[in-house]
Design a protein. Structure first.
Length: 145
Protein backbone atom coordinates (compact mmCIF):
# COMPACT_ATOMS: atom_id res chain seq x y z
CA UNK A 1 0.00 0.00 0.00
CA UNK A 2 1.31 3.47 -0.87
CA UNK A 3 2.16 5.91 1.88
CA UNK A 4 0.33 9.21 2.31
CA UNK A 5 3.41 11.08 1.13
CA UNK A 6 3.59 9.15 -2.14
CA UNK A 7 -0.15 9.63 -2.72
CA UNK A 8 0.29 13.36 -2.16
CA UNK A 9 3.30 13.46 -4.50
CA UNK A 10 1.27 11.66 -7.17
CA UNK A 11 -1.62 14.11 -6.73
CA UNK A 12 0.73 17.08 -7.06
CA UNK A 13 2.34 15.58 -10.16
CA UNK A 14 -1.07 15.15 -11.82
CA UNK A 15 -2.05 18.63 -10.74
CA UNK A 16 1.01 20.16 -12.38
CA UNK A 17 0.56 18.11 -15.58
CA UNK A 18 -3.09 19.20 -15.68
CA UNK A 19 -1.93 22.80 -15.36
CA UNK A 20 0.40 22.32 -18.32
CA UNK A 21 -2.39 20.75 -20.37
CA UNK A 22 -4.76 23.62 -19.57
CA UNK A 23 -2.07 26.14 -20.50
CA UNK A 24 -1.44 24.42 -23.86
CA UNK A 25 -5.20 24.37 -24.52
CA UNK A 26 -5.46 28.10 -23.86
CA UNK A 27 -2.50 28.76 -26.15
CA UNK A 28 -4.16 26.77 -28.94
CA UNK A 29 -7.39 28.73 -28.64
CA UNK A 30 -5.60 32.10 -28.43
CA UNK A 31 -3.52 31.33 -31.53
CA UNK A 32 -6.59 30.24 -33.51
CA UNK A 33 -8.45 33.41 -32.56
CA UNK A 34 -5.39 35.57 -33.25
CA UNK A 35 -5.26 34.15 -36.79
CA UNK A 36 -8.99 34.69 -37.22
CA UNK A 37 -9.63 31.00 -37.91
CA UNK A 38 -12.82 29.10 -37.15
CA UNK A 39 -12.75 25.69 -35.51
CA UNK A 40 -13.67 24.10 -38.84
CA UNK A 41 -10.73 25.73 -40.59
CA UNK A 42 -8.21 24.57 -38.00
CA UNK A 43 -9.75 21.10 -38.04
CA UNK A 44 -9.26 20.94 -41.81
CA UNK A 45 -5.62 21.99 -41.49
CA UNK A 46 -4.96 19.44 -38.76
CA UNK A 47 -7.04 16.60 -40.20
CA UNK A 48 -9.53 16.16 -37.37
CA UNK A 49 -13.13 17.19 -36.77
CA UNK A 50 -14.06 20.62 -35.48
CA UNK A 51 -15.53 18.87 -32.42
CA UNK A 52 -12.08 17.43 -31.70
CA UNK A 53 -10.43 20.86 -31.91
CA UNK A 54 -13.13 22.18 -29.57
CA UNK A 55 -12.37 19.35 -27.13
CA UNK A 56 -8.66 20.18 -27.30
CA UNK A 57 -9.29 23.87 -26.65
CA UNK A 58 -11.58 23.22 -23.71
CA UNK A 59 -9.31 20.57 -22.21
CA UNK A 60 -11.83 17.75 -22.52
CA UNK A 61 -9.23 15.79 -24.50
CA UNK A 62 -5.49 15.99 -24.00
CA UNK A 63 -3.35 16.71 -27.02
CA UNK A 64 -0.80 14.03 -27.91
CA UNK A 65 2.71 15.27 -28.65
CA UNK A 66 2.51 14.18 -32.30
CA UNK A 67 -0.85 15.95 -32.71
CA UNK A 68 0.53 19.09 -31.06
CA UNK A 69 3.38 19.04 -33.57
CA UNK A 70 0.85 18.93 -36.45
CA UNK A 71 -1.24 21.70 -34.84
CA UNK A 72 1.84 23.91 -34.42
CA UNK A 73 2.74 23.44 -38.08
CA UNK A 74 -0.84 24.17 -39.16
CA UNK A 75 -0.95 27.37 -37.10
CA UNK A 76 2.48 28.51 -38.31
CA UNK A 77 4.29 28.38 -34.99
CA UNK A 78 7.09 26.39 -33.43
CA UNK A 79 5.89 23.78 -30.93
CA UNK A 80 7.57 25.83 -28.18
CA UNK A 81 4.89 28.47 -28.74
CA UNK A 82 2.49 26.34 -26.71
CA UNK A 83 4.83 26.35 -23.71
CA UNK A 84 6.29 29.87 -23.91
CA UNK A 85 5.67 32.10 -20.90
CA UNK A 86 4.32 29.18 -18.90
CA UNK A 87 6.64 30.23 -16.10
CA UNK A 88 5.13 33.70 -16.26
CA UNK A 89 1.78 32.17 -15.39
CA UNK A 90 3.38 30.29 -12.51
CA UNK A 91 4.95 33.54 -11.36
CA UNK A 92 1.49 35.13 -11.35
CA UNK A 93 0.19 32.30 -9.15
CA UNK A 94 3.15 32.79 -6.80
CA UNK A 95 2.46 36.52 -6.68
CA UNK A 96 -1.14 35.78 -5.67
CA UNK A 97 0.01 33.40 -2.94
CA UNK A 98 2.50 35.98 -1.67
CA UNK A 99 -0.18 38.66 -1.58
CA UNK A 100 -2.37 36.37 0.56
CA UNK A 101 0.58 35.58 2.80
CA UNK A 102 1.35 39.26 3.35
CA UNK A 103 -2.30 40.06 4.04
CA UNK A 104 -2.52 37.29 6.64
CA UNK A 105 0.86 38.19 8.12
CA UNK A 106 -0.17 41.82 8.62
CA UNK A 107 -3.31 40.76 10.49
CA UNK A 108 -1.30 38.77 13.07
CA UNK A 109 -0.16 40.13 16.42
CA UNK A 110 3.45 41.45 16.40
CA UNK A 111 4.61 38.54 18.57
CA UNK A 112 3.36 36.02 15.99
CA UNK A 113 4.89 38.01 13.14
CA UNK A 114 8.28 37.86 14.87
CA UNK A 115 8.00 34.11 15.46
CA UNK A 116 6.99 33.41 11.86
CA UNK A 117 9.85 35.59 10.58
CA UNK A 118 12.29 33.63 12.73
CA UNK A 119 10.83 30.33 11.52
CA UNK A 120 11.09 31.40 7.87
CA UNK A 121 14.72 32.47 8.38
CA UNK A 122 15.59 29.15 10.03
CA UNK A 123 13.91 27.14 7.24
CA UNK A 124 15.39 29.14 4.35
CA UNK A 125 17.64 27.07 2.15
CA UNK A 126 20.27 27.79 1.06
CA UNK A 127 21.20 30.20 3.86
CA UNK A 128 21.36 33.79 2.72
CA UNK A 129 24.88 35.03 2.05
CA UNK A 130 23.93 38.66 2.59
CA UNK A 131 21.29 40.20 4.79
CA UNK A 132 20.30 43.85 4.60
CA UNK A 133 20.85 45.63 7.85
CA UNK A 134 17.59 47.52 8.07
CA UNK A 135 18.88 50.06 10.65
CA UNK A 136 21.94 51.09 8.64
CA UNK A 137 20.77 50.17 5.15
CA UNK A 138 24.09 48.41 4.52
CA UNK A 139 24.53 44.74 3.61
CA UNK A 140 26.46 42.61 6.07
CA UNK A 141 27.76 39.06 5.84
CA UNK A 142 25.95 36.37 7.78
CA UNK A 143 28.13 33.67 9.26
CA UNK A 144 26.42 30.29 9.11
CA UNK A 145 26.93 28.58 12.39
Amino acid sequence: MASCASKEEARLAWSSSDDVDRYVCRQLRERRIMLGLRLKEVAGLVGVTCQQIHKYETGIHRIAASRLFVIAHALGVDINYFFDDMHGEQAAKLQCALRDLVRNFKSMPKRHQDEISNLARSLAYPPLALVDDIDEGLPRKVVAG
